[in-house]
Design a protein around this ligand. Sequence first.
Ligand SMILES: [Zn+2]
Length: 485
Amino acid sequence: MNEPPLLPAPDAYRRRPLRSWLRLTIDARRAAREGPAAIAARQDARLRVIVAHARARSPYYRERWSGLPDAPRLDELPPVSKPELMACFDDWLTDPRVRLRDVEAFISDPARTGELFAGEFAAWTTSGTTGQPGVFVHDRVARGVYDALLVARTRVVTPSRLLRALGQGLRIAAVVATGGHHVSTTLVNLNRHRFPVLAPRIRTFSVLTPLPRLVAALNAFDPAILVGYPTAVHLLAQEAERGRLRIRPALVEVGGEVLTAEARATIERSLSTRVVDQYAAAEFPGIAFSCRMGRLHANSDWVILEPVEADFSPTPPDQASHTVLVTNLANRVQPIVRYDLGDSLTVSSVPCACGSPLPAIAVGGRRGDVLRFPGADGREIAILPLALGTVVEKTPGVRRFQAYQSGNRELRVRIEPDDASDREATWARVVDRVDRYLASQAIVGVRLVRDEALPARDPRSQKFQAVWDARTRPAALATRIGEPS
Ligand SMILES: [Zn+2]
């Protein structure tokens, strides 16, 4: 029992899931207590397991890594990108039961959100921050690791908080993009399937719901735990400040976008609770969790983060990187090794005052702007970037999109259709869906203008932003028609 569990064998984990999971949880605490050397040792050992597995079972990596030594150093492995991996999905994955066609069929059925694919794998889809769609599959052991990290690292499960949550009926509200297999919706719904007794107490609320109706529904549900995107929860916290939202959750958990210091302060003040922030990706759901000082700490015993420049040379500490290469040390079925995630990351050289030996990081490049349009009654109505993004992105025929507010009543949209010959029809569908969505939010008279350019990175920051307010961010508009992305 003294040896740290490196990466539990799938069979052992299947036979004794609770015992295996407890060992992972205990080890996550132990690694953080023992310090940087213990964390680095786990990282090295787990990397060897993942690399050996990928080499043995993934035709893609076997070919890609041919000519490398038996136990290559991390920096000897070539960086990979989502487009190139998605293009050879079936060769990339290590389990013949997981085929792209079948997974796509599975995730195209909203009724199956939260079910396990092939009875074993969590599967979700994302457009991610680079705008390219991806399909991600996580095996049993990996899911155990993600859960263990959440429990061990956030310390959310304290006796007093548990008591408070129990007193509030243990209801969990998740304000997410519902109706599809997004990461957050799937994670919430996995719990409904896993703990049927809790199922009636777990409810998802769509970020597309008009704010007054969302506030009323949350007041009626009275959750003990509130989960959501920072922009959505921040908006709700402002409703609490105005006395309209009256919930008092024991815990608020946010992720998927950057939580600003101002948003954190507003949420903690108006909902009088602690906020746990996480840096999550479809490729690894709990890359980092926030500490009591409000800083994010990377779970570097299970995930390797390499902040790099555009040419993949390392970015020095305390500087914002161009992108980050991520390596998932827990998931065997879909090996993610030195994978270009697209986020800008800053690793701090100064230890955090909380005392954690895990690296303190800051993430940029994920935040969309909240757009504000005049409502029917003249008041300003906020539109969440993620909500608008969901409406456009889920339009049949849309492969990628960008949307920016160019005037008080003007929204410009760029689309890349799945099929170029279907451009006009796709645009008509986008206009129809966005118009109906804005009307549902009591916003009228907004002109939708087609921007003929394809979705592109911001030429200055080189970051891809899906939704922004061009009135406050003119720089983003500088992208010219035809500029390569
Ligand atoms: Zn800290």
